[in-house]
Ligand binder design. Structure first.
Ligand code: SME
Length: 155
């Protein structure tokens, strides 16, 4: 059995392979979402939102999981909007105690959003929804920030 660190290292290697492949940018982002969703059992919905800084708005990009009604999200609104407004990772271990939250599915118990920042500009973010209560550790945060470092080079 692989421990969490070994598993995360394997996923990082897989994501680096995807990033270097000949696919289009959107195909790569979709495959990265699929890889994260498939290999981490408590990542139930994984998706990118792309930021428009002049409009102060996020638009849903490639994702893996059930379709969501939240296609456009203003900066500051919901957990997704908070992460780009603050320019920092937001972890909500229990969405029922978060007042600034946009629900996608009643199954979701927790959420983590990592912003993508390039040359001080907000490019977008990676959003993870989980059906598990409080599953995210510092190791998930470091892992997803490593994933974002790879993704930033694609944008
Ligand atoms: N829950 C998010 C909305 C996006 S969905 O999770 C895909 C939020 O509060 O911003």
């Amino acid at each position: 059995m692989l421990d969490k660190t070994q598993k995360f290292n394997l996923i990082i290697n897989n994501i680096m392979r995807i990033a270097k492949s000949a696919s289009t940018r959107n195909e790569k982002l979709t495959k990265i979402c699929q890889s994260l969703k498939e290999h981490v059992p408590y990542y139930d919905w994984v998706g990118f939102y792309i930021a428009d800084e002049s409009e102060k708005e996020l638009t849903l990009g490639p994702f893996a999981g059930e379709p969501t009604e939240h296609i456009k999200i203003p900066f500051g609104k919901g957990v997704c909007g908070q992460a780009v407004a603050k320019k920092e990772t937001v972890v909500v271990q229990d969405v029922s105690s978060e007042t600034n939250y946009l629900s996608c599915s009643p199954m979701v118990r927790s959420e983590m959003v990592v912003p993508i920042i390039k040359n001080d500009k907000v490019m977008g973010e990676l959003d993870i929804d989980s059906h598990t209560h409080a599953p995210f550790t510092d190791e998930d945060k470091k892992f997803l920030e490593d994933v974002i470092n790879i993704v930033t080079q694609l944008l």
